[in-house]
Design a protein around this ligand. Structure first.
Ligand SMILES: Nc1ncnc2c1ncn2[C@@H]1O[C@H](COP(=O)(O)OP(=O)(O)OP(=O)(O)O)[C@@H](O)[C@H]1O
Ligand SMILES: [Mg+2]
Length: 1047
């Protein structure tokens, strides 16, 4: 149907809704048969999966298959149990809604296998962490344990589940399995004590006897021979070729460990299994007084040991009963038959409750770990099994679910009809009745919801509502179960006949209830006198009332309440036997648990797997039409199809529809660019769909008849060769173009590579030639210019000049200059000079006038003092100033006296008297034509520059200077001895202004100076630690100049 299908998958229709004749059961079965013949065991009815048991491994369950179905849309791939699993999982993750998968079918149809495949799919494909892998393993390992204790070989199935199972798998927000929970329904306990011919007891008995170690068996008082045990030989079939009890035992032991059973728990469990076998072998005989007594003492001894109860008490419990007469309790003997019944009832009760305990224990191990610690403090959890959890397991689980999502798996028995149908068949069929009701309700509901969501008018569908039958069974006061309860609780011995009469009284006249008495002639023959007939939705079933009531009333459990066996002490409570209140009957218990199950299922989004068994012989490849027809009817598949087909046979999302059929319309081929709905409308218009044949919803197209779809499919089939041709042509064109491009690129590439190589070779040749010339030139470098060295010399010259260009001297002080080659020595000198001149010119152009003046004065100072006076080097970095005295320091009177002669420089000096050398503070003022010594407001001495003969200073660091003036000149006083801190500056300025640069004398040791009228005095200079001025011998002035610190 969809693009991924192979021709084999196209056998028949893979969705029954596409059957043209959908009301025909024959067409339905023919489709199943044709597909089954091709080993196509799965077919859909809409979203329901119908599965036919192949009875052989089809190799369609590998990891690769799981991957094929993972994340793929349900309808895009052939039907499979993995498609249902994946679809359910994705719905749970995307919609965050709990899901459930309901698997039904008759015994041997493959329900348990299907549920295991689903679990395996989740275990393999869901993400898991280390902790989660423990939970995952436990989920998987719970199967072999439950199967060992709850499955048995029957005539229909070698591994028949003898209990109903609902299992929740919990997933966290990442979609990883984090926990699980199992609910079990109605274990077939009668099998513990009786099996039909060709059937076996529960697997665990045979597994223990075959696989258990010898020590273990001895401890349990067992022999490795199933034939020895009465409870195991009723069916005359202790061995089955398809079952390997020994290896199954190993699997179960391993699984118990994985699930987390402690050794003591396993031991207690095995004690119970063994005690059931010992009970079976417990025989009764008649005592001397005709009383019933136990004749097999050894078994009784083992029983008391294994059950952990008092031997005599157990003996009494098996041979006596408690009677209450007039308010007094009395003990009375049991008849032989009663004792056998009490023994069997005990065996069933012990096994049945141990099974319930087992489920509780598994549930505890599957609790999401965070839950158990949240709900119970650690000290509870440290026990191997917190009893509280055991008793409240369902409540604990329900309150623990929190934000996790759940997928439930229901593996429940399908309709059963035998020659004689007992109370158990009644329960099973009642359960199926309820599930069918739920199924119809939910299927219709989801159909309606889909139509409404797509904006399509819902047309009501007529269907058979089996509520009438459910009411017949469960209605309060009037229903079958109420009547049964009433009859059981009535004082006195209940009888089957009175019960039947009561049923006739209350239910007589109901369309779905018939008894021998109520029936008319034809039906009467088919209903026995101790039978009643219920007309179920799936067919008529006669139930026998024989033993119906007895089953409900046998009670011999008092003694077990005191058991030392931990499991039994948890399963049996004293209150049960001491309470006055009558316990709920099995029917009411079942009704209540069923109501709970329906409630659970209603709260989830359901998916369905309907299993069909193709033949009764468990043979592969055999399709027994009558048998299949029977199941199709009982599973209500035709009803299911009718509901699904009531509106539209086929619906698909626009994108999927367009993608598949777009090639059939030029408007949509090869790609439709507009809205999807418009694309589909264009397409169906082009295909000529009539208005009544289809409807366009919001996101889907609904096609009413399969014929319309098949015509479209045929058109696609017919179009395929043309399409293939177009695709082929395009592909070839594309291939050739690609080839051409490849070749073209290759040619261009090789040409480009050739050019590059040639260029490289040329460059190498040239380089080699240059190197050769260079070496030769180097050898001939000292020769005259000749062909051998001309390249080298040129290169030398060139590189010298380039060095100069790239790296010329940076300042006038930078004296570096590259060494020129010999041929450029002269040029280099010229260049160096030019370069210096340029730099100097540039430097001079940049100099400011003040700075120029400063420099000029410094030049004069250097001409006079450089290498002559010790204090000169220190004065070089100190700038000369315009005047050492500010104009405010000049005396106004002096300034007035000077008149037009402006003071150009003033400095404070010390004047020494020519006689006596008294030091006097003075100001020395320089004008443009004379110098004056000023004391306060008086002009003490005027020295005209024309009269200034010379200036003397010492060569030491002192600040003495002597201004020599002619003494014969009356206007002038005699020579002047001055001392000043700025002697270099003062002498430079004075010499410059007076133009006496050549008249500055620098004396080494002493200076002579004229005192008056031809007389002379002397200043002696010496070096000392500090400046000292004193009068020395011979009237000399002694000046000690401070020595310069050695650097
Ligand atoms: N998909 C399958 N592929 C191969 N064999 C299968 C498949 N499903 C079932 N079988 C075979 O059929 C047998 C019976 O299947 P299963 O035990 O699942 O039946 P059931 O419906 O659970 O019956 P019951 O109601 O008695 O428990 C299996 O043991 C197996 O041999
Ligand atoms: Mg099963």
């Amino acid at each position: 149907m969809e693009s991924t299908l192979t021709a084999r998958d196209r056998v028949g229709v893979q969705d029954f809704v596409l059957l043209e004749n959908y009301t025909s059961e024959a067409a339905f079965i023919e489709n199943l048969r044709r597909r089954f013949g091709e080993k196509l065991i799965y077919t859909y009815i809409g979203s329901v999966l119908v599965s036919v048991n192949p009875y052989k491994d089809l190799e369609i369950y590998s990891k690769a298959h799981m991957e094929r179905y993972r994340g793929v849309s349900f309808y895009e791939i052939s039907p499979h149990i993995y498609a249902v699993s994946d679809n359910t999982y994705r719905a749970m993750r995307t919609e965050r809604r709990d899901q459930c998968i309901l698997i039904s079918g008759e015994s041997g149809a493959g329900k348990t296998e299907a549920s295991k495949k689903i679990l395996q799919y989740y275990a393999t494909t869901c993400p898991v962490t280390d902790h989660m892998s423990t939970i995952r393993d436990r989920l998987l390992q719970s199967n072999p344990v439950l199967e060992a204790f709850g499955n048995a070989k029957t005539l229909r199935n070698d591994n028949s589940s003898r209990f109903g199972k609902y299992m929740d798998v919990q997933f966290d927000f990442r979609g990883a399995p984090i926990g699980g929970h199992i609910l079990n329904y109605l274990l077939e306990k009668s099998r513990v004590v009786h099996q039909n011919h060709g059937e076996r007891n529960f697997h665990i008995f045979y597994q223990l006897l075959e696989g258990g170690e010898q020590d273990q068996l001895s401890k349990l008082g067992l022999e490795r021979n199933a034939q020895k045990y009465h409870y195991l030989v009723k069916g005359c079939c202790p061995r089955v070729s398809s079952i390997n009890d020994k290896s199954d035992w190993k699997t179960v032991r391993k699984a118990l460990t994985v699930i987390g059973f402690h050794e003591e728990e396993v031991e207690d469990l095995l004690n119970i299994i063994a005690s059931v076998l010992h009970l079976g072998n417990t025989q009764f005989g008649e005592g001397e007084d005709g009383e019933t007594q136990i004749t097999t003492e050894s078994h009784l001894t083992y029983l008391s040991k294994l059950l952990g109860v008092d031997g005599p008490a157990l003996r009494e419990a098996l041979t006596h009963k408690k009677l209450t007469a007039k308010g007094e309790e009395m003990i009375g003997p049991l008849s032989f038959e009663q004792a056998v019944a009490a023994r069997d009832a005990l065996a069933k009760a012990v096994y049945g409750r141990a099974f319930t305990w087992l489920v509780a224990k598994i549930n505890q191990s599957l609790l999401a770990s965070k839950t158990i610690h949240q709900l119970f403090p650690l000290n509870y959890c440290s026990l191997s099994l917190p009893w509280i959890v055991f008793y409240l397991q369902d409540e604990v689980y329900n309150s623990s679910k929190g934000s996790s999502s759940v997928i439930g798996l229901l593996d429940i028995y399908g309709f059963e009809v035998f020659q004689h149908n007992s109370f158990e068949q009644f329960c099973i069929n009642y359960c199926n009745e309820k599930l069918q009701q739920l199924f119809i309700k939910l299927t219709l509901k989801s159909e309606q919801e889909e139509y409404e969501a797509e904006g399509i008018t819902w047309e009501p569908v007529k269907y058979f509502d089996n509520k009438i039958i459910c009411d017949l069974v469960e209605e309060k006061h009037k229903g079958f179960i109420s009547i049964l309860d009433e009859e059981c609780l009535r004082p006195g011995e209940p009888s089957d006949i009175s019960f039947l009469e009561k049923l006739e009284d209350t239910l007589g006249g109901h369309a779905h209830f018939v008894t021998h008495k109520l029936a008319n002639g034809k039906t009467r023959k088919a209903v026995g006198r101790e039978e009643f007939r219920l007309i179920h939705y799936a067919g008529e079933v006669n139930y026998t009332v024989n033993g119906e009531l007895a089953n409900q009333s046998v009670n011999s459990r008092t003694v077990i309440c005191q058991s030392d066996n931990q499991i039994l002490s948890q399963c049996f409570h004293r209150e049960e036997v001491t309470t006055q209140k009558r316990p709920e009957t099995a029917a009411t218990q079942f009704k209540n648990s069923l109501a709970k199950l329906i409630e659970i299922l209603m709260s989830k989004e359901p998916s369905y797997v309907r299993c069909i068994k193709p033949n009764d012989a468990k043979q592969s490849g055999r399709f027994d039409e009558a048998l299949v027809r029977h199941q199709v009817k009982y599973l209500g598949l035709m009803e299911n199809l009718r509901v699904r087909r009531a509106g539209f046979a086929y619906r698909r999302r626009y994108e999927a529809f367009l993608q598949r059929y777009k090639s059939l319309c030029p408007g949509t081929w090869p790609n439709w660019q507009g809205r999807l709905a418009d694309g589909v409308a264009t397409l169906v218009q082009h295909l000529g769909y009539k208005a009544e044949e289809y409807k366009l919803g919001k996101t889907k197209i609904f096609i009413r008849f399969p014929k319309t779809l098949f015509t479209t499919e045929d058109a696609l089939e017919a179009r395929r060769p043309a399409l293939a041709l177009t695709l082929q042509t395009s592909w070839r064109g594309y291939r050739e173009r690609a080839k051409y491009h490849r070749i073209r690129n290759a040619v261009i590439q090789s040409a480009w590579r050739g050019m590059k190589s040639r260029r490289k070779a040329r460059r190498r040749r040239h380089a080699a030639e240059i190197i050769r010339k260079f070496i030769k030139g180097f050898i001939y470098r000292h020769y005259e210019r000749c062909p051998e060295n001309e390249y080298f010399l040129d290169h030398q010259r060139f590189s010298f000049l380039m060095t100069l260009v790239r790296n010329p001297p940076k300042s006038v002080l930078d004296k570096s200059w590259p060494v020129p080659p010999p041929s450029l020595t002269e040029a280099s000198e010229h260049l160096c000079r030019l370069c210096m001149q340029n730099m100097m010119r540039a430097y001079c152009r940049r100099i400011q006038p003040e700075w120029k003046k400063q420099m000029e004065q410094k030049v004069v100072a250097s001409q006079i003092f450089q290498d002559q006076k010790d204090s000169y080097p220190q004065s070089v970095p100190k700038l000369f100033v315009a005047s050492r005295l500010d104009s405010e320091e000049f005396n106004l009177k002096v300034i007035q006296t000077l008149g037009n002669d402006k003071v150009k420089y003033g400095v404070a000096v010390t004047k020494y008297d020519r006689r006596g050398y008294k030091a006097r503070p003075r100001q020395l003022l320089l004008t443009s034509s004379f110098a004056v010594l000023v004391a306060e407001a008086k002009l003490k001495q005027r020295i005209d520059y024309t009269a200034l003969r010379s200036i003397s200073v010492s060569s030491l660091t002192d600040g003495f200077m002597v201004l020599h003036v002619p003494s014969e000149d009356n206007k002038q006083k005699s020579d002047v001895v001055l001392q000043c801190d700025h002697v270099i500056e003062v002498v430079t300025k004075l010499a410059t202004m007076a133009d006496k640069k050549n008249k500055v004398n620098i004396s080494q040791d002493s200076i002579k100076f004229a005192v008056a009228r031809g007389k002379e005095a002397v200043i002696d200079f010496t070096s000392g630690p500090e400046l000292k001025v004193a009068k020395g011998k011979k009237g000399h002035l002694l000046v000690t100049a401070p020595q310069l610190n050695p650097r």
